[in-house]
Design a protein around this ligand. Structure first.
Ligand SMILES: [Zn+2]
Ligand SMILES: [Zn+2]
Length: 146
C-alpha cells in the first residue's frame, strides 16, 4: 500500500508546516516527496536534478533551504559520513555503513546506545547535539568485484 503511505506522509508534512506557521507550497511538497521516494541518503544536488522536471527554475539554494526546513520539522535528518552532506528521510536513530570505494551509504540495523554517548558528552560539559555512528569499509558489491 505504498500509495496510501505517501498520502499519509504528505499530510504529515502539511501539518508539520502549518504547525510551525510555514507556508505549504508545492515546492516544499514536491521536494519532500522526492526525498521520501528517492531511496535513502540523497544529496541536495540529486534532489535538484529530480526536482527540476516538476519545479522548473528551482535553484540549488532553494533545495538546500527546503531540505534544511524538512530537517527542522523532523521530516528528515542530515547525515555526515565524510562525503557531501546527505539527507535521510528516516529520522529515527540508526547506524550507517559507508563504502570507501563507491561512496555508497546504507542503513545498518543494529542497536547502538547513542544516548549514552550524548549523556557522557554532556557530563563533560560538551553541548552535544547529536551522535553519528558510521561503519567504514567496502560494501559487499565492491568486495565481490575485487
Ligand atoms: Zn561499494
Ligand atoms: Zn539512513
Amino acid at each position: 500500500m505504498k500509495g496510501t503511505r505517501t498520502v499519509d506522509d504528505e499530510t504529515r508534512l502539511v501539518e508539520a508546516l502549518r504547525a510551525r506557521g510555514q507556508r505549504v507550497t508545492s515546492q516544499r511538497l514536491v521536494i519532500g516527496r522526492l526525498l521520501r521516494e528517492g531511496g535513502r541518503h540523497v544529496t541536495a544536488e540529486e534532489v535538484l536534478r529530480r526536482a527540476s522536471e516538476q519545479l522548473p527554475g528551482v535553484s540549488l539554494p532553494t533545495v538546500y533551504a527546503t531540505l534544511d526546513l524538512l530537517c527542522e520539522l523532523g521530516e528528515a535528518r542530515r547525515v555526515s559520513v565524510g562525503g557531501p552532506v546527505l539527507y535521510d528521510p528516516r529520522v529515527g536513530d540508526h547506524v550507517h555503513m559507508r563504502c570507501r570505494e563507491c561512496g555508497g551509504v546504507e542503513d545498518l540495523e543494529v542497536d547502538v546506545d547513542a544516548a549514552r554517548a550524548l549523556r557522557a558528552a554532556r557530563a563533560a560539559g560538551f553541548e552535544a547535539e547529536g551522535a553519528e555512528v558510521v561503519v567504514e569499509g567496502r560494501c559487499a558489491a565492491c568486495a565481490a568485484r575485487a
